[in-house]
Design a protein around this ligand. Structure first.
Ligand SMILES: Nc1ncnc2c1ncn2[C@@H]1O[C@H](COP(=O)(O)OP(=O)(O)OP(=O)(O)O)[C@@H](O)[C@H]1O
Length: 514
């Protein structure tokens, strides 16, 4: 496990930080659960200010402070920009807290260390997952412009984010978008000569060069992830929901074409290219598949999802793209509607609760039917007349009857197939048409499995050296993009976001020497 040597922690660097206790804050609600531990919405008791407290998970850090946290703190200390989350201070708790269980383990940092951030009302995943959520074209432009502005600032300051995804883009009720979660970020030198780990970025947002095993890379890796987010906002759901790395690459090649030395000079030298190169030629279909997108949006997307990282558009050039300078222009963030707070953790929890309710309802319904089937025939049919009728589309036999006013009514309606549909702006291809030859059941790009998290050793099942399991994770913008407002081909999954089951901690999963 990579841990920090005691001197690396260098707490004296930040004398004001760490001097206050977490008891200066009152925890209000858990809003996130990540690799580090929990994130809480909290109120500073003295000022009443609402903040986010991110607890640094220490459970597995018997010998030191997690180096990922040190990196995040160090990097955030030097970044100050309106589109980058502000780390306000670090607070500590001297011993186990009220809400903690388990015996002390002798860790000298035992107790808790929290990063205190400005509070943001939503993350993009949570916001997009709201029922009936619909982003306008100028809203998408507004978010994309802020994302690119924040990222350009990071890149100019030689910081790679390395985990751009919806749940790491925080949005407040003033419409401001800020990049968050710099736990995988690192500084880079512009010559790209250092060897960096390729085991970064959540799978669905990971660029082809990392999937092919490169260890020399730069800001272009973040721009690929931005392209995936952009396409997702326009399309209504993730465009590359791979189950594992080989499938992820395959999905990329099917849309972006198979790489070769002509379109990507040097690709054949990337470590795993020979193992993973496609066995047949594949032509780029991005413009054909997304032909219904606005012309300028498509031009920009094409440049973001360019296979060769050296030809991929930079954040700076993307900000100059026609897309941001043609009508409808990006809106003023302040003009955006205010929504009730929504974080991926909460929307996921709500979905889990709803599923639980649905299962309970089914169980109760079954019990109810069993109880009544034990009644003498005359009573059973009498009961059916009084309380049961066939479901509208159900086959006409007893097992398919619905209990009217019975238990299932107490648990609300299950999310329908087109739940979340129509949240994206109108105007597009009526026929859809992004079919995927290898897709599993369901269909379209939103019905695939939940994505594995991009934070473990890769290629668990691919036979590539260094293989290991991954946790689940990632996301999706639910169903129904601008072009599929009624569910239809792409609106039938209603799956929304994938789970974000990160197992273990980052230090165990990565080679932090890189
Ligand atoms: N400043 C904040 N304001 C409001 N919510 C926040 C804030 N920071 C984080 N969150 C919420 O907590 C979630 C997890 O936070 P973060 O990504 O920083 O933690 P993590 O441990 O690195 O998680 P992961 O392993 O999923 O990347 C975010 O997706 C977001 O919903």
């Amino acid at each position: 496990m990579a841990i920090a040597a005691p001197e690396q922690l260098n707490i004296s660097e930040v004398p004001a930080w760490g001097s206050r206790g977490v008891d200066c804050f009152e925890k209000l609600e858990q809003i996130g659960e990540g690799t580090y531990g929990q994130v809480y919405m909290a109120r500073e008791i003295k000022t009443g200010e609402i903040v986010a407290l991110k607890k640094i998970r220490m459970d597995n850090e018997r010998e030191g402070f997690p180096i990922t946290a040190i990196r995040e703190i160090k990097i955030l200390k030097k970044l100050h920009h309106e589109n980058v989350i502000k780390l306000k201070e670090i607070v500590t708790s001297p011993g186990p807290e009220k809400d903690e269980q388990g015996p002390p383990d002798g860790n000298k940092y035992r107790g808790g260390i929290y990063m205190v951030f400005e509070y943001m009302d939503h993350d993009l995943t949570g916001l997009a997952d709201r029922p009936a959520m619909r982003f306008s074209v100028s809203q998408i432009k507004c978010y994309m412009r802020q994302l690119l502005t924040g990222l350009h600032y990071c890149h100019v300051n030689q910081v790679l984010h390395r985990d751009i995804k919806g749940s790491n883009l925080l949005i407040d009720n003033e419409g401001n978008l800020k990049l968050a979660d710099f736990g995988l970020a690192r500084s880079f030198s512009s010559d790209h000569n250092a060897n960096l780990t390729n085991r970064v970025i959540t799978l669905w947002y990971r660029p082809p060069e990392l999937l092919l095993g490169t260890t020399k890379y730069g800001p272009a890796v973040d721009m690929w992830s931005v392209g995936c987010i952009f396409a997702e906002l326009l399309h209504g759901k993730p465009i590359f929901p791979g189950k594992d790395e080989p499938e992820q690459l395959n999905k990329i090649f099917e849309l972006c074409g198979a790489p070769n030395e002509d379109i990507w000079p040097g690709v054949s030298k990337i470590p795993w290219y020979n193992n993973l190169k496609p066995s047949r030629p594949m032509k780029r279909r991005l413009r054909e598949v997304f032909r219904h997108f606005d012309r300028h949006a498509l031009d920009l997307l094409d440049k973001m999802l360019t296979l060769d990282p050296s030809q991929r558009i930079s954040a700076k050039d993307a900000l100059d793209a026609e897309y941001f300078w043609t009508d409808p222009l990006p809106c003023d963030p302040k003009s955006l509607p205010k929504y009730e707070s929504s974080h991926e953790f909460q929307t996921k929890k709500k979905r889990q609760q709803q599923r639980q309710h649905e299962e309970n309802a089914k169980r109760q319904k079954l019990q109810h039917q069993q109880q009544h089937s034990r009644l003498p025939p005359i009573q059973q049919s009498g009961h059916a007349h009084a309380q049961m009728r066939p479901a509208p589309n159900a086959p006409m036999h007893g097992s398919q009857t619905q209990v009217v006013g019975g238990p299932s009514h107490h648990y609300g309606k299950p999310r329908g197939p087109s739940q979340g549909a129509g949240r994206y702006p109108p105007g597009g291809n009526p026929s859809g048409g992004y079919s995927h030859p290898n897709r599993g059941q369901g269909g379209g790009y939103g019905s695939g499995p939940y994505p594995p998290q991009g934070r473990g050793p890769p290629y668990a099942s691919s036979g590539i050296p260094g293989a290991g399991p991954r946790g689940g994770g990632g996301s999706g913008y639910g169903s129904g993009g601008p072009n599929y407002p009624h569910g239809g081909q792409y609106g039938a999954s209603g799956t929304g976001r994938g789970s974000n089951m990160v197992s273990g901690n980052r230090n165990q999963q990565y080679n932090w020497q890189q």
